[in-house]
Structures are given as C-alpha cells and as structure tokens.
Design a protein around this ligand. Structure first.
Ligand code: AHR
Length: 508
C-alpha cells in the first residue's frame, strides 16, 4: 500500500540558523569508553600517545563537532589534578560512579591531543559533586590562563605553553540524581552553580557555561528543579542541560510507541524553554537561555546488572555496551529532525556516548572498530545539515498515540545553506508497512536544481544489527527515483525508513 504526504518549506520562513554543535558526542571515563576505546596503546593503529587511529578516523567520518568530557557520573568524583603531570606519577583511584579502577593515564592533555587529532571542540566539566567553586576556578586557570601564575605555570611545566582555550564548560552533572556522587537539592546546586559560574567568569570572561537541568524529563524533580536552580543562577549561565535516554515503553513494546518518543522529547524541550522563560519573566529579564541536550541516545538493554557494575574494581570493564538495531537508527534519525526543528533554542546536543559505551562506534581490543546502526543517521545529518533550518509544513496521515494524540507518519526537517545553494531534506517514514508517496516543495529556494545525494536506511528486519563480523549489515543505500521538477521533489519512501535528500540550486 502507498499513502500520500507532503512537505513544504519557504525561503522566508525559517526557525533559526543551525548551530553545528548539535552534532556533539560524549566521552566519559566509563567502561571501555576511553581505555580500550579511543585509547589503546599497543593497538596496531595507535598513535604516539596510544590513541587508536581507526577510532579517530571513524569519529571524523561521524562528523562530531563537540565532545563532552570526562563525564557524566564520573565527573562528580573526579579530581582534575589526578589527570595532569607525568603519567608515571598519576594515582590509581576507585571510581565510585562505575565501581571501577581509574588509572588516570588519560587526562586533560592527552584528551586534548585526541581532540586536535580528530578536529573536535572540547566541552569540559567541573566537579560539583565532591568539590566546588574553588576547584573549578583553579582548573579553569590551569587550562586557560596564559601564564605568570602558579596554576598556569604548572600547565606550562607540563608542556602546554599556550593556553588550552577551553570555551564550553558544564557546571557538574545530573546533580538531582540519587545515584550522583554528591547529590544536591535544587537550592544547594543553584547556589553552588551560581558561585562557580561567577568565579569562572571572573577568571575567564570568554567562556560559555551550562547549568544542570534535572537528569531526565520523568524525574520527580523535573520542573521544580529547573525553576529553583535558575532562580539562583539564571543571570550567570548560558545554557541549561537536558538528558534523555530512549527506551522501549514497558507497557507496549511497539515500534510506534518507541518512535513516538520523538514527540515526548520535543515536549521536554518545549517545557524546559517554558520554565526558563517563566524565570526570565519573573526576573523581568529579556535574556533567553539556550538549551544543551548534552546526553541523548537509546539505552535500555545494557542498563541493569553487570552492564552497570562488575565486582572487583576492574579497569575498563565492559559496561553499557548496547548493541543497536535498525529500529534504534530510525529513532535517532527522527530525533535529529526534531532537534533541528528546535534550533531556535537548542544550540548544543551530545549523543551519549562515542565509543563502546552506548555508542555509535564499537571496538575490540587489538581488533577492528566498526559503525553501529545509529552511526549512520548521525553522520548523514552532521555532514549535510548546514545553514538555516526552515519551518516544515507537513501534511501526512498518522496514527493515534495515547500520550500525544494523532502523530503524522512523516517526521522531517529541512536545512538550507545559502552559501552553497544546497538544501538538505531529512525524512523519516514512521509507517511500518506502507510506502509514502511524498511531494516536497522548496518554495523560493531556486528552480534550477540538481541532485547531490539521496540515501535511505531501511530493511526487512528492524532488529538487524552491525557486529564485528558483519559490520555493514545496516548501512545507507542509494535512494533511487527522486524526481526534481523546479522547486518540487517527488519521491517514494520505503516503510520504516530514514532518508536524506540533498539538492543544489543555481542561485543568482
Ligand atoms: O551516559 C551514561 C550516564 O548516564 C552518565 O554518566 C550519566 O550522566 C547519565 O546518568
């Protein structure tokens, strides 16, 4: 069966310029994220510092623009001083976040070496779990102050003459979570976040700061937490964080409900904007706080028992090693369209994480690195989404959802790059059995238009995965039959498929 749908955008109706930081990732000292992931001295592809070049190459291909580091829950018990200076003198520590032993062989400078190798912006965090404003401003001074003070000279004595120039800083991690080392009430955290932000800005006015929102939309603290925290620190921060891990709904394990999490997370963003703007209103402030969705991904299979904790304080155990399916990749694609469509307030997003731990890239020790299914929609979006996000007007049949009402089968976003004349159209067909006969109108974007790229991700088995033995089972294929007629595109989308069409107009 085939059904009809349409998507219309207009050159003059945009949402906002797309911030390329929407294509961020996350590297935490957790499981095999760092050790045995991006870093494996002795691996055949390792560079002079021990970082795997095959993983670096895949990270470049993924197109990630910013990377959050070093946690996560790990951050809340971590002393930055442990990860600088001569490696042989660095302490081994118990990591109470993941019940592992941390060797500190990768720290600030090694990680920045990796960032430079892959061409990615670092986003650092300061520990507001066991420590506070003084540690944070000292770390910032160590990193960013040019020289002439004890801490900046300490950095220089560690071989980094020039300031490290870390611009984006997270003020702690998930501080409302009972699992967090040093959990805080909203008032405690709001006060500390404010004082930390104040000191950090005094030390370096050029930085950008993100305060912790509640650690999930379904936390009992959500809402009140955002309101109280911002009451304290609204004037001092630039972003508020959101975290979301998508699950198979327990009551109804259907793919339809799974994909409806796109709308749930859209509401999460819009509700959070509403709370931030309510705080602004109360304060008679014209400031509009931006959002940083700095942890997001599918995570429900490797989320219990030995996936979370292993006995004996191991080094780099196999934790959170979720194996992703085609169904997951469809949700990731749809989620990315939703992120783009909130580009007016959502400026940063980090897929959690990058390597081995709930990750688009997997590795085996001494062996290969490969792309999980979710790698593909992310890489396609990061490659082609450049410019202004245009407001999509969608006409599509849909299905009923208990939480959201009628949900259209079509999820879409359109990003237009005036500099190149390229328009990228991202499309998810959520109908599980029917093809979509789609008409796209790119009004005012140029009638002389040629096809640059058209790819689809689909398959008969939504549970298909990529593995070390079959790394290419789920991968984009050519999307044939895109017809271009002036500003109009016509295409048939397979059921349960993710599609990316890029065209280029000749513009005066
Ligand atoms: O990404 C895994 C963990 O999930 C992070 O450490 C924490 O912030 C979140 O709860």
């Amino acid at each position: 069966m085939t059904f009809k749908a349409s998507l219309t955008v207009d050159r003059d109706f945009d949402i906002a310029p797309l911030d390329r930081r929407l294509f961020g990732v996350f590297v935490e000292h957790l499981g095999r994220g760092v050790y045995g992931g991006i870093y494996e001295p002795g691996h055949p592809t390792a560079d002079e510092l021990g970082f795997r070049n095959d993983v670096a190459e895949l990270t470049r291909e993924l197109g990630a623009t910013i990377v959050r580091y070093p946690g996560g829950n790990f951050l809340s018990g971590h002393d930055w001083e442990d990860g600088v200076g001569p490696k042989a003198q660095r302490p081994r520590r118990l990591d109470l976040a993941w019940f592992s032993t941390e060797t500190n062989q990768v720290g600030t400078h090694e990680f920045l070496h990796w960032c430079r190798q892959v061409g990615i912006e670092p986003m650092f965090g300061v520990n507001l779990g066991t420590r506070g404003p003084d540690e944070a401003r000292r770390y910032l001074e160590y990193c960013n102050h040019p020289g002439g003070t004890a801490l900046s000279e300490l950095r220089r004595s560690h071989g980094a003459e020039a300031p490290l120039g870390i611009r984006f800083w997270c003020l702690g991690n998930e501080m409302d979570g009972p699992w967090q080392i040093g959990q805080k009430t909203a008032d405690e955290y709001g006060r500390i976040a404010k004082e930390t932000a104040k000191l950090m800005r005094w030390a370096d006015p050029g930085i950008e700061l993100a305060a912790c929102g509640s650690s999930a939309y379904d936390m009992p603290s959500y809402g009140t937490w955002e309101d109280r925290v911002l009451e304290h620190c609204f004037e001092f921060v630039d972003y508020l964080s959101l975290h979301s891990y998508f699950v198979k709904p327990p009551a109804d394990g259907s793919t339809e409900s799974f994909l409806a999490q796109i709308e749930t997370n859209a509401r999460y963003i819009e509700d959070t904007v509403a709370i931030a703007d309510a705080v602004a209103a109360r304060k008679r402030s014209a400031k509009r706080l931006m959002l940083s969705f700095d942890e997001w991904n599918v995570w429900y299979r490797a989320r219990h028992g030995e996936h979370l904790r292993q006995a004996g304080w191991p080094e780099a155990p196999r934790l959170l090693e979720e194996v992703y399916t085609l169904e997951d990749a469809l949700l990731i694609g749809g989620m990315l369209t939703m992120f783009m469509n909130h580009a007016d307030r959502l400026k940063v997003a980090c897929m959690a994480q990058l390597c081995n731990v709930i990750a688009p890239i997997m590795t085996e020790p001494g062996g290969p690195a490969w792309r999980q299914t979710i790698f593909h929609p992310f890489a396609q979006a990061a490659r082609w989404a450049r410019g202004r996000v245009l407001r999509p007007v969608i006409a599509s049949p849909g299905h009923a959802n208990a939480r959201h009402g009628e949900l259209p089968y079509l999820c879409a976003s359109v990003v237009d790059d005036a500099a190149t004349g390229r328009t990228a159209v991202f499309l998810l067909n959520r109908h599980l059995s029917d093809e979509m006969d789609l008409s796209v109108t790119l009004r005012g974007l140029g009638a002389e238009r040629g096809l640059v790229s058209a790819e689809q991700l689909h398959g008969a088995d939504l549970n298909a995965t990529n593995t070390a033995d079959a790394p290419g089972r789920v991968a984009p294929q050519a999307l044939n039959g895109v017809a271009i007629d002036g500003e109009q595109l016509r295409v048939t989308l397979k059921p349960a498929s993710w599609n990316v069409i890029v065209t280029k107009a000749r513009r005066a």
